[in-house]
Design a protein around this ligand. Sequence first.
Ligand SMILES: O=C(O)CCC(=O)C(=O)O
Length: 382
Amino acid sequence: MASKKRTIDTYFGIPGAKKPRDFDTSVLHEESTVSKTIKTAGSHITNTDNTANPITAKNSENAVYSTHASYPFPIPHLSDALEAAILGSPTRAGRVIANQTGLDLLYFEPYISRNTARQLFEFLRSELPFYRVEYDIMRGGAKAHVRTPRWTTVFGLDETARFEINHPSVPGSISGPQSLEGKVVDILTGRPILVGIHNTPDQRTQTGYKAIPRPVPYCLDALRRSTEAATGCQFNFCLVNYYASGEDSISFHSDDERFLGQCPAIASFSLGARRDFLMKQKSPKSELEELNSSTSKGSLKLPLGNGDMVLMRGRTQATWQHSIPKRSGKNEWDGGRINITFRRALVRGGTDNYYQYNVGSGPVYKWSAAGQEMKPWTQAPN
Ligand SMILES: O=C(O)CCC(=O)C(=O)O
């Protein structure tokens, strides 16, 4: 069969536009595996269950990068020292907070040392692609435009698929023109899955992803592996929020989407500025329940600091909401905060949802050290 030459663009089109994971009603500026490294001379490749297969490359200064056709630019690895510090964490056990109905938290204060967390904050802010996602939703019968009030990015792939492994040192991999290196393949059949928006009649008959999934880069995978070891949970998604100042926020929501399963475990890391993490119990389902309820609704405030981690598990998402409220006045310019959440999406809809609301279809931004702000990133001309 004659194989058509395809460009990256035909494999990785623009993701289409579904329910946001959170929504800021006040402003309508929106608002919600053990990996194996195979080293060969001069390069290495990760085989991470179904989360990651970023091919790595070295540049002239011998820095090592995770690269993938879905990344706008290569993402450097952590220094060996920083990676070792992360893999050696946590040094103390987490504290269980389960003193209110439905609440089940494991709080590490901190999970990684303040010094390691500060370095990781600086690294991730400088090296990851970020987005300011906008989208339209219907509210009360009217169309509303939402601007996400924070910077976001996401990596990962749900349980039904994995990134193809294709490297001479990986048994069973293919090389040459049929190379599927880094492509998304079905977890059961190993067949490639179409990714990106499907426009042609031929493509529409195939089931695939609207999104263009991105493997978890090495620089985040060390923390994912450490978190799995510390919690006994498994994660295939990594969402990153950057709150540039107190003006950035996330409104009350719960991560209770069906694609996460019944009692999802979500590990949530804080790096950089201290911000309040507010939790409140959801309203009872019916008026009768409300009338019968003798106790007032529960609430909790955790002032999350640099390096802290909260594992939300059990019935927490089903019965509680959480938020990071805005801060104003003298607390507004706080130097910025990064939040990393590790999650496990079970089905394809989870992948499409996470990319739609955390990458979207707008411009890519990258941190400018000179300007001390996110600036639109443009590909250097060839
Ligand atoms: O920034 C945080 O600590 C919370 C992030 C969050 O709730 C989310 O990403 O769903």
